[in-house]
Design a protein around this ligand. Sequence first.
Ligand code: ADP
Ligand code: MG
Length: 684
Amino acid sequence: MLSLQSPVNHLAGVGPSRERDLARLGIYTVGDLITYYPFRYDDRTVQAGQSLQHDSRVTVQAVIQTPPAVRQKGRRSVMTVQVRTTDGMPLAAVWFNQLFLRDRLRPGVAVSLTGKYDARRRSLTVSHYDFEPDTQSIHSNRLVPIYEVRGDLTPKVLRSLLLKALKQLELQIPEILPHRLLAKYKLLSKRDALWQIHLPQDRESLRQAKRRLVFEEFFLFQLKLQAFRHLHKTDQPGIAHSFTKEQWGEFLRALPFELTDGQKRAVRQILLDMRAPHPMNRLLQGDVGSGKTIIAFCAMYAAYLSGYQSAMMVPTEILAEQHYESASRLLGELGVRIGLLTGSIRETERKELLDKLANGELDAVIGTHALLEEGVEFANLSLVVTDEQHRFGVEQRAIFRQKGHHPDVLFMSATPIPRTLAMSLFGDLDVSVLDQMPAGRKPIQTYWVTPDKEQRVIRFLRKELAKGRQAYIVAPLIEESEKMEGVENAIDLYSRLCEPLAGFQVGLMHGKLPAREKEAVMRRFKANEIQVLVSTTVIEVGVNVPNATVMVIYNADRFGLAQLHQLRGRVGRGEHASTCILIAEPLTETGIERMQAMISTQNGFELAEKDLELRGPGEFFGIRQSGMPEFRLGDLVADANVMQAAREEAQQLIDSPDFWILPEYQELLAYLKNENVLKAPIQD
Ligand code: ADP
Ligand code: MG
């Protein structure tokens, strides 16, 4: 009898060569085969001749009336056959470059034809055909599943194998989800879902099948996560920070401004976590400019008051330098000893800094990835903050653990990462949200102009500069590139703009400058010794110069929405009204929509949604490249609400004593054991 574990060659029709082809798709067992899902479906439902829509993809059943008329030019050919649909409509069926069919297209032969219908010519450009069609067939007159294939395999062969496997398995597909959940969420049984995902009755059953299988995928993922959490909870001691109310009150009075309500709430949540004896794992989300940095400093000060060290990790040297300066100004004044650690620090300085960190002569350190390197040791690290650092995940945290610490961790991000996605990136975490901007901010006016309006942009720029403000000008490239003609580069733009901006200091910034020079330019811009900074996107993240009020972006259509939003966020950080000018002549519909989205909203969450819509979920903030867990059917962004439900259910189940003893959860326990989450025998 066939089971999920049976090798695929137990299926009739699978010999050595087919077995090899299947193996190339990762299919070794019958279970692998039935979870090899279609990547799309072709609607080949036969339509009546009268109901065909112009310019749409249709399927008809027809009988050939005439021998093919062929026109040929070199290797190209057009072959036309007059047919009559079974309900009596005459049509011309057209094949391109398929001369090999010529002899089979004889009058009287019945065919099923799928293709684009042209109502004016009464013709069909054939993309798929079936001779002697059988309306009961799994290959036509229905939603037909299309699979990715290799070697000699065709989607047709896979369809037949799947039908065989599903029929023979019948009762050998065990249900893994608890019945309570099936009922609660009205989910199809596993057996029905597998049938419907491969051979859907209609679009609705396909939708239900997907919903069920995505739920299962996410639920099992969450079950693992929650089981880990449950089993490792006790052996992960954290640090319970403590300090007095008076000390904290004093600190709040030293701040340069009053915290917004959102900031106060976030600080409260963070301090609660820090006081608790288990490690904090919190994400602070707030749109660009909402004031996250000060919250990091609050947490770092709390660590200092409790007698511990803290570290802040950021993605760029510019940002490290900037945060180091502001931290020195605020926390340094209050007695906190702070160090700066980046990759470009001189060896002697670095050695001294590492010594001080190791023997406790420094209370806090701000730096780049250099903080993770070997040789960086702490005397008593209790807090790690990461700013705009999406790559900081589970593995990096493990590095700190190896260094002998279980620090509290605070992630800060302007990227509106859906909660579920954040969880898979950072583990099981809590979230604080800054949902308002500091008081007194004026909205940023955003304009989109074509490149021929450059003179007007420069005139506007001069007017703002004359008022004492500063500006950023951003280009996509550092230097001229032959491969990308017509794309601005920072070096040429800098030379070109110096003259029209005469009277003001113009600076140049890009990633190829040595770190020291970058720092120097940034420092001069901050001190208003430079009024205009021509730059690449190195200033994209985190840079804070409140007096800068104009952001001009050349070839704006070459940037993603998230990136444009980050760039725009460099202005509008102070009391003055700010402007963002997008210079672009987009060639695609999407490009135009992106520009319009930027004009119509300033809300990062809305833009992220738009981005998602324009680019498709998989590409959302480069999820594909970032080592995220991959799901076969589930989409972390589009199915975010399913993940949320799965998470709640998994947590509840794991926390309930029933789970570990009742027989109805056998399948799930076996799954956890199989995944090496549970090492002990299931029942004792
Ligand atoms: P982001 O969330 O983008 O990291 P920053 O922390 O850089 O934002 O803050 C942006 C600007 O707002 C900074 O100049 C900061 O000093 C200022 N700021 C932050 N919080 C407040 C507040 N409560 N009141 C006034 N200004 C604030
Ligand atoms: Mg920031």
